[in-house]
Design a protein. Sequence first.
Length: 388
Amino acid sequence: MLLKTNSFLVKATLLLSSSLTVMAGATIAPALPAMRDHFAATPNADYWVRLVLTAPALFIALGAPLVGTVIDRFGRKPLLAFAVLLYGLAGTSGAVLNNLGLILVGRVLLGLSVAGIMTTATALIADYYVGAVRAQFLGFQAAFMGLGGVLFLSLGGFLADVNWRMPFLIYLLALLILPLVVFVLPEPNQAADAQNSGIDATDVFPWQVVALTYGAAFLSQIVFYLIPVQLPFYLKQLVNANASQSGLAIALATLFSAGSAIAYKQIKTRLSYMGIYAIAFLSMAVGYLVIGVSPTYAMVLVGLAIAGTGLGLLMPNMNVCLTSVTPGSLRGRVLGGLTTAFFLGQFVSPILSQPLSGAVGLDVTYRLAGGLMVAMGAVALGLGWRWR
């Protein structure tokens, strides 16, 4: 029997499903150096191994708009259940496959599954809850994504020290969540949701807000993904760090991200959307600049903590903003577009950072990323002043 949306089981299912998403690709990040060594005989192995990490992001970006359209027309729950099943099967395929090309195919399917989970879970939260309750729950969602990252990355680091294939087994956790999705989540009443939202579907579509949000998501994720993609190599170069040290370092950023996401509701009662963007971007700027000048592992951790604090405010701020200004009948498509912007940024990140870091070094690359965040923080402050 389906439960009411305010039940503990419904909320837990939404949060557990969401925890599978943002760090899905980065779960195997600590294993990248060992994977590169294993496939050293493969031409361009350095590039292809990094693509194993980021290929899911491209296919999340490609799949999310289609997912948004499908769930707006045909409902949320069936697609979410299928996506969770595919996540578990495709994600673990790297543990048994012996060909780098086939591993990439598995990562493509993983990306499509994440597109389904992330877009649908966020749409369900927006369907089930309104107002301050929605803002609080979207903060919790971002926090669970961060905590999932802490768990998956830390565990991935320790497993990678045993064997580079072991972190792929973490994706089996999705199969434990699948029964909850099937038997616990109710399908929302779209008509009632549109009435409760207070937004008329005939209202002018907020193109300006949507476009600015998508642009901010894209650029911030290019910068964010410098951490899972390049940090293991940066730490190995800086202090000869092993896989578990790299995993713990990346997990620290997600831990602080989770903490600030939990506080999002309280922060939103005091600040505008643009004010929160400014704080988030400037925190990330300081964090990346610290990483770029760090001579020690401990100082890198300080930079990661500061950057993570800013990062944790971005996702709930974007989700609350977009779900507040768009009608329920278009919500899946708008959130699908946001998912595309997020993960397209993650995919583009190593394509840009790899040649850049080769030319100027990883330390300078992190400093340049900090400079970009300073510029975005200044833009947010300017827009906040203009629109106040």
